[in-house]
Write a protein that binds this ligand. Structure first.
Ligand SMILES: [Zn+2]
Length: 73
C-alpha cells in the first residue's frame, strides 16, 4: 500500500498588473493603462493612445482602492 501526497498549488491573488481606465486631458478619450499594484504610489508620463500627447499620471493605492489622476504636462 502506498500513500500519495497531494500538493496544493497556491494561487496568487495579486495580479502582476492592474489595468485602469483613464481619461485623456487633451482629447477626452478613455483608454486603459497598466499599473503595478506592488508600488503604493506611482507617478509617470503615459502617451495618449488616441492623440499621442504626453499625460502626467499619478496613481495611488489606499486600502486596496486605486485612485488615478491625470493632468497635462
Ligand atoms: Zn488624447
Amino acid at each position: 500500500m502506498r500513500l500519495e501526497q497531494y500538493i496544493e498549488e497556491e494561487v496568487k491573488a495579486l495580479p502582476e498588473e492592474q489595468w485602469s481606465e483613464i481619461e485623456c486631458p487633451y482629447c477626452g478619450e478613455n483608454f486603459e493603462i497598466g499599473l503595478d499594484p506592488s508600488s503604493e504610489f506611482q507617478s509617470f508620463v503615459n502617451d495618449c493612445e488616441i492623440c499621442c500627447k504626453p499625460i502626467q499620471v499619478d496613481a495611488e493605492w489606499e486600502d486596496g482602492e486605486l485612485t488615478v489622476g491625470t493632468s497635462r504636462i
